[in-house]
Design a protein around this ligand. Structure first.
Ligand code: HEC
Length: 143
């Protein structure tokens, strides 16, 4: 009897998981018109990361560690590879330094300043390479 109940639940689960992925797929599809570059994916992760630590910064305590894979900004394949010129490399390093320095400070006021500095570093590069996402990035600022 137990086994039957277990199996029954198992199949219900399987069915509902499948349903969810299918819903997710149909919702996403119209948004993705071209395949995203490795850099675009990394950028979306960087956006999500900063959005997710915003609340922690406001509360004055950072629980995450520095995401080492952000260093891939130096190598990730771009939609337009010619974007990676000398200025880009400098902006990329400036951003990484700003993002990293967040993990070396402890006071709430400093955390907030360093966090906003990192967001500013995102914007500095975007002003020259890719202006589209700037309004979205600006929402990351802590006022
Ligand atoms: C050194 C330059 C540089 C820095 C620093 C930078 N970006 Fe970007 N970002 C780009 C470029 C170039 C693209 C276009 C990538 C592509 O299409 O391959 C991009 C794309 C994006 C996108 C659009 C991704 C998509 O789905 O097409 C978002 C969102 C984004 N960046 C957010 C951020 C955030 C948030 C930060 C800081 C945490 C940041 N960027 C830092 C250069 C930069």
């Amino acid at each position: 009897m137990r086994t039957t109940v277990f199996l029954f639940c198992f199949f219900i689960c399987l069915a509902s998981c499948k349903e969810q992925t299918e819903i997710a797929k149909t919702e996403k599809e119209p948004l993705i018109m071209v395949e995203q570059s490795e850099m675009a994916l990394l950028m979306n992760e960087m956006f999500a990361f900063n959005e997710s630590i915003k609340q922690q910064i406001k509360e004055g305590k950072l629980h995450n560690v520095y995401p080492e894979h952000f260093n891939k900004i130096h190598t990730a394949v771009l939609t337009d590879p010619t974007d990676r010129n000398a200025a880009f490399k400098k902006d990329a390093q400036h951003f990484l330094d700003a993002q990293k320095s967040l993990f070396e400070v402890t006071s709430t006021e400093e955390l907030k300043t360093y966090y906003n500095n990192a967001v500013n570093a995102c914007i500095s590069c975007h002003e020259v390479t890719c202006v589209g996402p700037i309004p979205r990035i600006k929402k990351l600022f802590i006022k």
